[in-house]
Design a protein around this ligand. Structure first.
Ligand SMILES: Nc1ncnc2c1ncn2[C@@H]1O[C@H](COP(=O)(O)OP(=O)(O)OP(=O)(O)O)[C@@H](O)[C@H]1O
Length: 358
């Protein structure tokens, strides 16, 4: 175990010196340096340099360092070069490429009793893996994508269990399936279709539920206007199979659905009103672009390739990301105020069977 940051920086430098082919430049010729902090690694080029400091260099360094650091640390994949200014008077070394990391590698949470796990959970915390916990106060909208059989419903069930600890919930369940049963057992209101009603009728009911969430946002905005430090209970609208809702309904109803979703996604942050959307995919038929842009917890389970990641992770090159094998695996990105862009391999939690629900 390497725990001394100087030693670790030296080890990383060695890895870069050996593997990076940039005009024969190395740290020995004083071309660059590496610094390590709790948050990640800084690659400091000495400028002007005989090599170009660009996205390409960034991705190369990512590949080299991710391998030399495995399994002590996992670098968080960025879509482009992540420049940071450094606090020094020396113009030659006033900038760095930054590689944020998390300690260890992604490890699945295995929970033997989900009820007591949730009971002991601190408020607003959403554990995802052993080294990744989301703070509900820092994120607004969640999306879970994955093909049939990929572990989407299982992941959703887990999210419902942990979210209930910190948030009021309302569930929209077009398939009248597991989420409806979970809602019944947990006294959470569910909007589901019934045989005697048309699809448009059902989506209209969904729209009126979304209108209620929007009204709540507006009421809370009023309160915040008078008291900017007011605090509220989280409120989360969970929608399973979003694509099944937006597909094949009358245009005015679909437009209404999209418009309500957009407004909630855009305005919900300050008033703690969240969306949790689940869908096979999140293309423009499933949700409007404005909603996709607001999503800040993005989960893709099942097959990971350029086709499946094109909607939630359009800028992602998968190079260098070690995707775990097996059931309930994939990728997760959490965009919060501290981390503008980070994608890590995901293993969804495993928990005990819930009688009568799944
Ligand atoms: N993290 C996990 N740990 C253990 N088992 C899992 C995990 N994730 C998924 N599974 C199992 O994988 C199988 C498929 O998962 P699930 O039913 O959630 O898929 P799905 O994507 O929702 O499919 P569908 O859309 O057809 O409902 C289930 O038997 C489930 O128990």
């Amino acid at each position: 175990m390497i725990n001394n940051s100087l030693l670790l920086a030296k080890y990383i430098l060695q890895g870069i010196n050996m593997a990076l082919q940039i005009s024969g430049e190395t740290s020995y010729s004083n071309s660059f340096d590496v610094k390590v902090t709790n948050e990640g690694v800084y690659f400091i080029p000495r400028m002007p340099a005989s090599y170009v400091v660009d996205d390409d260099l960034y991705q190369k360094l990512f590949l080299i360092m991710n391998a030399v650091l495995y399994p002590e640390y996992t670098l968080l994949k960025q879509s482009g070069a992540y420049f940071v200014p450094l606090d020094t008077d020396d113009i030659h070394v006033k900038r760095a490429l930054f590689f944020p990391w998390v300690k260890g590698i992604s490890k699945r949470l295995v929970i033997s009793d989900i009820d007591s796990f949730v009971e002991r959970l601190p408020l607003n915390k959403i554990p995802i893996m052993e080294n990744l916990t989301i703070d509900l106060n820092k994120v607004t909208s969640f999306a879970i994508a994955g093909n049939s059989g990929s572990g989407k419903s299982y992941a959703l069930t887990y999210m419902l269990c942990v979210l209930k600890r910190s948030s009021q919930l309302v569930i929209v369940d077009p398939k009248f399936d597991m989420p409806s049963r979970w809602g019944r057992e947990n006294n959470v209101p569910v909007v589901a279709p019934n045989a005697s009603r048309s699809k448009s009728d059902f989506v209209s009911e969904v729209n009126s539920e979304l209108s209620k969430a929007l009204e709540l946002i507006q009421q809370r905005q009023q309160v915040l206007y008078n008291n900017p430090t007011a605090d509220f209970e989280h409120y989360t609208v969970v929608i399973d199979e979003v694509l099944a809702l937006s597909d094949g309904v009358a245009k005015p109803i679909k437009d209404g659905f999209f418009s309500l979703l957009s407004q909630i996604a855009l305005l919900g942050r300050a008033s703690k009103v969240h969306l949790l959307l689940v869908s096979q995919r999140f293309d423009n038929n499933a949700i409007p672009i404005s909603v996709r842009e607001q999503l800040n917890v993005l989960v893709q389970v099942g097959n990971i390739n350029s086709k499946t990641t094109q909607f939630l992770f359009p800028d992602l090159s998968l190079e260098g990301i070690v995707i775990p094998q097996g059931i309930g695996t994939g990728l997760i990105q959490v965009i919060d105020s501290e981390h503008p862009f980070q994608i890590v391999p995901l293993l969804t939690p495993t928990f005990n069977k819930l009688e009568g629900i799944m």
